[in-house]
Design a protein around this ligand. Structure first.
Ligand code: HEC
Length: 254
């Protein structure tokens, strides 16, 4: 598949085969392929969650309705439906190994907790915009997921430093380099993720960065005129449809 950078991965591929199979038996024969699949599935689960917030945004923002009937149970059902609609199967269906299953379950559990903890906000009658938007939801879910997984795994939505609104989303050195040198370079194939094995402080992680772009629906907040306040109180970035908005960053301990 031309979707993935193969540059230095041929080397890591061989490396992974010898170092990993003993640690984590993967259902796929190639452990690198298993990481890629695992990382993409986690990004897709996050996207499904965000889409449920997005599709229910006007309900969430409706000041005339108290109980929105968006319990964590209902929410997770909608996430599963959204995932199934996009991918044909549910997030926990298919040939997942125990580790993959554990990660997806932790993500879904994190979503349930965030939705539970925000019930009072979501159900506040008389309040319109509540700030419970996909980006905030995603950050809270990723933070909760990180608390559950520790050094095992992490999911983050980041962006080039000049676009970052929330400091917690600031890119680390690895993310920044890929965002600036690859995703923002004129010749990077639109939508193509980047991945590689990264070793620091004696610990090796599989890292995956998936670019995200502004669509028309993002521009009420991230579009123009640049500097004008959006509904969330942040200055707009002046972005245009198709511009790089940021990236989903996945880290999996090897
Ligand atoms: C209602 C306004 C609004 C809309 C619409 C919106 N965003 Fe955002 N976006 C925000 C806010 C506010 C944050 C900061 C959230 C936080 O506190 O973490 C944010 C954060 C982000 C981030 C994380 C980096 C950062 O700046 O903290 C990315 C990437 C992003 N948005 C991309 C998008 C994309 C792509 C779309 C359309 C699919 C979109 N946004 C739609 C308001 C919006």
């Amino acid at each position: 598949m031309a979707r993935f950078s193969v540059s230095i991965m041929l080397f890591f591929n061989a490396f992974l085969l010898v170092s990993l199979t003993a640690v984590r038996p993967a259902s796929a024969e190639d452990p690198l392929a298993a990481f890629i699949e695992e990382g993409n599935r986690m990004a897709d689960v996050l996207r499904a969650g965000r889409s449920v917030v997005s599709n229910n945004q006007s309900l969430i923002n409706d000041p005339a309705i108290g109980d929105k009937h968006l319990s964590s149970h209902v929410f997770l059902q909608k996430v599963t439906d959204a995932y199934r609609k996009a991918h044909g199967t549910g997030p926990l269906d298919g040939d997942l190994n125990e580790h993959q299953r554990q990660l997806i379950k932790a993500q879904l559990q994190a979503m349930a907790e965030v939705v539970d903890e925000n019930q009072d906000l979501i159900n506040t009658e008389g309040m319109g915009f509540k700030g419970f938007i996909p980006a905030v939801f995603a950050r809270l879910v990723n933070e909760r997921f990180g608390e559950k997984m520790g050094i095992e795994a992490a999911v983050k939505v980041t962006a080039p430093a000049d676009l970052v609104r929330n400091r917690k989303a600031l890119p680390d050195a690895w993310e920044s380099e890929i965002l600036e040198q690859k995703f923002r370079s004129g010749d990077w194939e639109h939508g193509k993720p980047f991945f590689e094995s990264v070793t620091s402080d004696g610990k090796t992680d599989f890292r995956l960065l998936i670019p995200e772009y502004y669509s028309a629906s993002c521009l009420s907040c991230h579009g123009g005129p640049k500097g004008e306040m959006d509904v969330t109180g942040f200055p707009k970035e002046g972005g245009a449809e198709g511009d790089l908005a940021g990236a989903i960053s996945i880290r999996l301990a090897q």
